[in-house]
Ligand binder design. Structure first.
Ligand SMILES: [Zn+2]
Length: 512
């Protein structure tokens, strides 16, 4: 989708059932004697299901015990493991765990990726494996020197830099005590969110979206473009379920993702508060979740104003109004200049269509052919009738659970849709211009079928099926046919979405 630079390398490991080699490191200072199986059993029992959940089963890491190695410290062990790996001829990436109770780790990504852990602490192991998959930290506030000292001078930071362990919503940031999901942009980069579950807000427009949290399908990430190259704002929903059970706040979280600096910043960033390092107390966590918005919150990101309208179950409905200048007229960007544009905009304004793509709300797909099933939905919305509540279908080839069945059943009740002689509806067939005339004549009282068709169109003789309805839509001014000299209707030609909009818009104009 052109959102992330380098998705190939991101996804080299994230869409696999990767096996990690596990090494135990014996250091002079360490006093925890681990059974050769202990770490591996724990990793397979705890880390594997975490990543399977987070990735919808697309990444299935497994762990196998390979050996024990002596070293002066963890880094020395890791060096020894690199040398030793040649001897065991393993191509697997590897995890090294030392024999202390320390809580830290390091990771490198890519083919040579390794994870080195001080102690055996699952949130940290999960975090480091995330790095090995290419996930960066996310962060919020500007650090201060107090913070810098909390690292004992080991990591040098400048005032005005950022503190990357202060987002308790992200396993890749401030979550050192419990497991949490990672934020949507990481899951998308990994290939764990499909394009259909992403929405990209068009610049300068207003739209409403429904966001769902990790593990629940639906729209997982809403992207707001930023004028700076390589920068975007991402929104995602979070609820306290699954591996997110312990997150300190539920709601819609917002991040600024800058791919040049590989920085993912909470937006708005938290006000400076007394960050204590890795053990965040509840008050601190609350201060660090200012980027997580509840129902009723209105916040600004870039040129957009976002309002969290409501929560229904796990779903959050948000409205985005972007004040930037739009690059296209009206609601849709792909019908500009089309002869059907005003009709498309008119039926969209009436709620007949919301476009053709959950990902790109500004797309209408004007040239795509309409199926008979789709026409039932367009027609029901144009007439302003609700779908039937029935979960059964009177048509032999339609499942009562089909998405369009409620519309079809209601229109059948109204006498607009009828079965073919064999009892079928043939929902997947393209809608023909003859079908269109028949449906419109039955649906709109001001378009009533001519009692005595006169053969007005050369290619629709008076005795042809649908002739009365075709002449009715001509008489009502809904169509002039497909050619004037001679007058033809092209009854068997399929109807595109743009043409459908014009048929419906003209039918609605004449409606009482
Ligand atoms: Zn890290």
């Amino acid at each position: 989708m052109g959102l992330i630079d380098g998705t190939e390398s991101h996804r080299e490991f994230t869409l696999s059932s990767e096996v990690w080699d596990v090494w135990l490191c014996d250091t002079p200072d360490g006093d925890i004697i681990r059974d050769s199986d202990e770490a591996v059993v724990l990793l397979n029992r705890e880390v594997t299901p975490y990543y399977r959940w987070l990735s919808s089963d697309r990444y299935q890491p497994g762990f196998r015990y390979v050996g024990r190695i002596d070293g002066p410290h963890l880094v020395g062990c890791a060096e020894a493991v690199r040398a030793e790996r040649k001897a065991v001829s393993s191509d697997n990436r590897f995890v090294v765990i030392d024999d202390t109770d320390g809580r830290a780790g390091w990771a490198s990504s890519g083919k040579e990726g390794s994870v080195q852990i001080v102690g055996l602490h699952l949130p940290i192991i999960i975090h480091e494996i995330g790095h090995a998959l290419g996930f960066p930290h996310s962060y919020g506030g500007l650090i201060n020197w107090e913070l810098d000292r909390s690292f004992g001078g080991r990591i040098s930071r400048m005032a005005g830099d950022v503190y990357e362990y202060d987002n308790p919503m992200d396993q890749m940031s401030g979550n050192r005590e419990y497991n949490a999901a990672t934020i949507a942009v990481n899951r998308y980069a990994a290939g764990w969110i499909d394009p259909v579950n992403v929405a990209i807000h068009p610049q300068g427009k207003a739209h409403t979206y429904v966001l769902r949290p990790p593990g629940f399908g639906g729209t997982q990430m809403l992207v707001l473009r930023d004028p700076r190259f390589g920068v975007m704002i991402t929104l995602g929903a979070r609820v306290a379920k699954g591996y997110d059970s312990d997150i300190p706040k539920e709601g819609v979280e917002a991040y600024k993702v800058d791919q040049f600096t590989r920085r993912t910043q909470q937006t708005p960033p938290p006000e400076l508060i007394g960050i204590t390092g890795e053990n965040l107390d509840d008050e601190t966590k609350a201060g660090l979740t200012q980027h997580v918005h509840s129902v009723g919150d209105v916040f600004e990101v870039g040129t957009a104003t976002v309002e969290v309208l409501e929560r229904t179950g796990d779903r959050f409905r948000v409205r985005v109004v972007d004040s930037a200048e739009s690059v296209f007229a009206g609601r849709f960007s792909d019908e500009d200049g089309s002869a059907h544009e005003s009709n498309i905009e008119a039926v969209a304004a009436r709620g007949v269509t919301v476009g053709c793509s959950p990902t790109y709300p500004d797309r209408f797909c004007p040239d795509r052919v309409v199926t008979r099933a789709q026409m039932m939905a367009f027609l029901a919305r144009a007439l302003g009738v609700e779908g039937a509540a029935s979960l059964t279908s009177r048509f032999g080839d339609v499942s009562g659970g089909a998405w369009y069945s409620p519309y079809l059943e209601r229109l059948a009740d109204l006498g607009v849709a009828e079965p073919y002689e064999d009892g079928t509806f043939r929902p997947s067939e393209p809608l023909t211009r003859r079908d269109m005339a028949v449906f419109l004549a039955r649906a709109f009282s001001h378009i009533s079928a001519a009692a005595e068709p006169a053969g007005a169109f050369e290619d629709v003789p008076a005795a042809a099926p649908g002739a009365a309805e075709v002449e009715a839509v001509l008489a009502a001014g809904v169509t002039r046919g497909c050619s004037a000299e001679p007058m033809r209707y092209c009854p068997d030609r399929s109807v595109t979405r743009a043409q459908m909009a014009s048929f419906l818009a003209r039918a609605l104009q004449g409606a009482p």
